[in-house]
Ligand binder design. Structure first.
Ligand SMILES: [Zn+2]
Length: 230
């Protein structure tokens, strides 16, 4: 009996340790290496379950003549910061004000610490033969994804819906809802503002608490409403 109880206690401890490693504020903002053991993939990493679901989807699409290519997956805070700072420098050189630079960057790019790519649940996909410009091919990809992505657990995040706030329409960004939803819920309960200011994000000296609160409301929550439903 004691042995049995000890065994269950051990399982409980292991289990809570595992969930602890999943939901620290640092993990939510891409600043913890504790996410690494959960990730799978060579150059582009994803949470194991997401990776496996994606492989299944790629296989199924191929049978229908659609060649899905993974362009981006998990990104650390520093990776996102490099993207952000590069765009900031580019727009500043073009003569835009700091405020305008931030506005332009956030058309498509998240403030480091607020990207869904930090979670290993979100992916940017392309069609292998579309090359961005071949709209016919991209159309086939879009149609296939609209019809089939959900069967594999993937949802478009930044939909083409004029009532949606935040980032512009991204036909390439999908999320694995099952794992992303609890992470989003945790994110919304966590005060990450203090963790991301003064971290070398260019232009971040203009981020006030009010700005950030608005940003979370309009951008972090400016997503496909299906992702908020049970
Ligand atoms: Zn993306």
């Amino acid at each position: 009996m004691i042995k049995k109880t000890l065994f269950f206690l051990l399982i409980l401890v292991l289990f809570s340790f595992k969930s602890d490693t999943v939901i620290t504020p640092e993990i939510l903002i891409g600043k913890s290496s504790a996410i690494q053991p959960l990730l799978k993939g060579e150059r582009i990493k994803l949470q194991t379950e997401v990776y496996d679901a994606l492989q299944k989807m790629i296989k199924a699409a191929k049978k229908d003549g659609v060649h899905i290519m993974l362009v981006s997956g998990y990104r650390s805070f520093n990776h996102q910061k490099r993207i952000w700072n590069r765009k900031f420098d580019k727009y500043r050189k073009q003569g835009y004000s700091v405020k305008k630079c931030i506005e332009k960057i956030t058309n498509y790019t998240a403030i480091p610490g607020t990207s869904r790519h930090h979670w290993g649940t979100d992916i940017d996909l392309s069609d292998k033969y579309a090359n961005g410009l071949n709209n016919n091919k991209r159309e086939k990809f879009n149609q296939w994804m609209t019809k089939n992505a959900k069967k594999f657990g993937f949802y478009l995040v930044y939909t083409n819906d004029k009532h949606r706030t935040g980032y512009k329409y991204e036909s390439w960004h999908f999320t694995y809802k099952k794992l992303a939803k609890p992470l989003l819920e945790e994110y919304l309960k966590t005060d990450v503002f203090d963790l991301i200011k003064q971290q070398g994000i260019k232009g971040s000296y203009t981020f006030t608490e009010a700005f950030f609160k608005d940003y979370v409301k309009n951008y972090v929550l400016g997503i496909n409403p299906e992702l908020l439903k049970n």
